[in-house]
Design a protein around this ligand. Structure first.
Ligand SMILES: O=C(O)[C@H](O)[C@@H](O)[C@H](O)[C@H](O)COP(=O)(O)O
Length: 236
């Protein structure tokens, strides 16, 4: 089992405040002890305000590498691109000098592009200093979607990234082709932070803590990672 520390906040603002301060202290101490820091980031509405706050933080961003937890296989100019989202939120102001390692490349499909993305990710400082995860009401985290094509491989491989083709649903929308950190990639972090908002996702999180299939609820696989230091932050 992961070493889970749950914190429930009264509001999104309170969660943002706490997240921003944890990320600030994590990056500062990583840069004190080492010459570089690595932070793996997800898209989604939950972390966006903390990313914005972090962007004005006075630290040596040139020594920080920001990399994606997952990506839709769309052009970086697409409105649903997580890369664009991170550029527009986190990588502004002072944080614009951070190194940015993205997942989308020029390959025609995520499956074709996977090897090159894996090679990029192998150059990152590991274990990552911090990995920010979101989750969906279907129990997905990163792009590990229930019963997706590629999910089984993503849960078993030792590689850091894997191509995923999700089953289309209200949660995925029409863009089902993704690149994602694998379970091993998520495990390879000093500290993972899972952000959950709303009652529906809270109920799914509670369900994920019960025994059952990881293919039905991929978040279960993350909660089951031995010794993963996982903070779970929830707000209404
Ligand atoms: O890739 C996707 O389909 C979504 O971006 C998704 O993974 C999102 O990150 C989570 O559902 C958390 O979303 P919130 O941060 O908005 O709760």
């Amino acid at each position: 089992m992961a070493i889970i520390h749950e914190q429930f906040f009264d509001s999104k603002d309170a969660m943002t405040e706490h997240l921003a301060s944890i990320l600030e202290s994590t990056l500062n101490s990583a840069l004190e002890g080492d010459s570089k820091a690595s932070m793996l980031v997800s898209g989604g509405s939950s972390p966006a305000p903390a990313y914005k706050r972090l962007s004005s933080l006075d630290l040596d961003w040139s020594k920080v590498t920001v990399a994606m937890v997952d990506e839709r296989w769309v052009s970086p100019s697409h409105e649903k691109s997580n890369e664009a989202f991170i550029k527009n939120t986190l990588l502004q102001d002072k944080a614009s000098s951070a190194q940015f390692v993205t997942m989308k490349n020029g390959a025609s499909t995520a499956v074709v592009g996977q090897e090159e993305v894996e090679a990029r990710y192998q150059t990152l400082k590991t274990p990552f200093d911090v990995t920010i995860l979101g989750m969906g009401p279907d129990g997905h985290t990163a792009s590990l979607f229930p019963h997706a094509e590629g999910l089984d491989a993503a849960l078993k491989t030792e590689q850091l990234v894997c191509a995923i083709n999700a089953n289309e649903s209200e949660v995925t929308g029409s863009i089902t082709e993704r690149m994602s950190l694998t379970l091993a990639g998520i495990a390879n972090t000093q500290h993972a932070i899972l952000l959950i908002s709303g009652e529906e996702k809270r109920a799914m999180y509670e369900q994920a803590k019960q025994q059952g299939s990881e293919l039905d609820i991929p978040l279960r696989a993350v909660l089951g990672l031995p010794d993963l230091k996982l903070s779970v932050f929830w707000c209404p």
